[in-house]
Design a binder for this molecule. Structure first.
Ligand SMILES: Cc1cc2nc3c(=O)[nH]c(=O)nc-3n(C[C@H](O)[C@H](O)[C@H](O)COP(=O)(O)OP(=O)(O)OC[C@H]3O[C@@H](n4cnc5c(N)ncnc54)[C@H](O)[C@@H]3O)c2cc1C
Length: 388
């Protein structure tokens, strides 16, 4: 199916088997604020690396998987079958980084991240700048051989586990005054502190705190790329991550479709399996139909990137995949809760967990409204036929 090659199927099988190993830990995580017993998360991370499922997007010469975009999608799809972010051990450093990192940055950040020795987080969003990244107010000021970074960042995912963060700021002074730049900031660093750690709808060991950067001094060598490059990294990151959000949503919807179909075939009401009631059958049928459409869209988008599609076309197609898959998965999770009835409202049930967890897929990496704006903009510029 889907014209997958033997090597595509091989990595897909490895990822699926690994997801099956993680699934039994979900309820423990759910009932323990996302945490697993001592050492379990580390074991999972080591196993993911041993199976060749990490850094699939990194070139082989840096120790990465050197996988095609389609293979990266296949791996993330399987990671998406698991709740409570347990699948995040299947990690991928930013795909744009090797092409702009200096030799020193490759040694200090990229290679250790590929090896799983260091982990990153992203400090970009601010209280007044989310969808509109250009509106950030954090500043970076050159001071001799260093920069001084200041600002308060919101929703910094995995700050509690990260060894360094990417920090995006507006340059204050110098030839690129007012333009954006991105920096590596080691964690901990003097001047970096957690303002507070809010609770979110999902239950994961990865926190999303509000973090203050107060005159944090970093060496000039921590500038990523050149002054003024900051926004271009954000766009490239969004393209990659939106496609991977789509992939993980396929995995979630696939798992939910399996689980609700099995339940509907077994659960008796009024003397027959509930799957025999047309209203329940319709929920199953709609879910699988939408999943099939979403998967075809996502795989085709990945393939066209592998074939070297125009980057603007890929940008719009990644937005379409992210938009459709995240909304599809939300509908599937809603139906799954309904099919499970009262059981679907229990936190020990996968449908309940995904019902909460999938909501953010329509918000982060660009909201559904932002994706629609991107798609519509490209339709007007290039014509619908160029995009689909
Ligand atoms: C759990 C979680 C984890 C996150 N992790 C990170 C992280 O690690 N690093 C990081 O930097 N950020 C992170 N984010 C931030 C995330 O990317 C933003 O929340 C998201 O981009 C939306 O920005 P906002 O919350 O400021 O909403 P806003 O931009 O204020 O949007 C509010 C509403 O207005 C709509 N809207 C805004 N602009 C437009 C427009 N032009 N057209 C139409 N509608 C519009 C939006 O669609 C939305 O409905 C995370 C968020 C969450 C919830």
């Amino acid at each position: 199916m889907y014209g997958l090659t033997e090597s595509d199927l091989d990595i897909q099988r490895r990822a699926a088997a690994f997801a099956d190993e993680l699934i039994p830990f979900e309820v423990t995580a759910e009932l323990n604020a996302g945490e697993l017993p001592d050492g379990a998360a580390e074991k999972h991370a080591a196993r993911a690396r041993e199976l060749g499922l990490c850094a699939t997007n990194m070139p082989a010469e840096l120790g990465g998987g050197g996988c095609s975009t389609l293979q990266q999608v296949l791996v993330q799809e399987q990671a998406g079958r698991v709740t409570n972010a347990l699948g995040w051990v299947v990690s991928t450093p930013p795909s744009w980084l090797p092409s702009v990192a200096t030799a020193d940055q490759l040694d200090r950040y990229v290679r250790p991240t590929v090896r799983g020795e260091r982990g990153e987080c992203y400090a970009i969003t601010e209280e007044g700048a989310g969808s509109d990244v250009a509106a950030i107010e954090a500043t970076a000021r050159r001071d001799g051989d260093s920069y001084l970074l200041s600002g308060t960042k919101w929703h910094v995912t995995s700050f509690n586990t990260a060894d360094y963060t990417f920090f995006q700021a507006v340059l204050d002074g110098g030839p690129h005054h007012g333009e954006h730049a991105m920096f590596f900031v080691d964690l901990p660093s003097p001047g970096v502190s957690v303002v507070r750690t809010p609770a979110y709808a999902h239950t994961t060991s990865h926190h999303h705190p509000i973090v203050s950067f107060d005159n944090v001094r970093v060496p000039a060598g921590n500038l990523v790329g050149a002054e003024g490059d900051g926004m271009s990294f954000a766009y490239e990151w969004f393209r990659f991550e939106r496609l991977m959000v789509a992939a993980r949503c396929l995995g979630a919807a696939g798992r939910l479709t399996e689980e609700m179909t099995a339940f509907a075939g077994e659960r008796q009401a009024g003397g027959r399996p509930i799957s025999e009631y047309g209203l329940v059958g319709a929920m199953l049928a709609d879910s699988l139909t939408e999943l099939f459409a979403a998967r075809a869209l996502t795989y085709e988008t990945a393939r066209s990137i592998d074939w070297g599609a125009d980057v603007k076309v890929s940008h719009a197609q990644c937005s379409m995949a992210k938009l459709y898959c995240s909304e599809m998965a939300g509908r599937v999770a809603d139906r799954a809760v309904q099919v499970f009835g009262g059981r679907g409202y229990m936190r020990e049930n996968v449908a309940e967990r995904f019902y909460r967890e999938l909501r953010v897929e329509r918000i982060w990496e660009g909201t559904s409204e932002v994706q629609r704006a991107i798609i519509a903009g490209q339709m007007v510029k290039r014509g619908p036929a160029a995009l689909a």
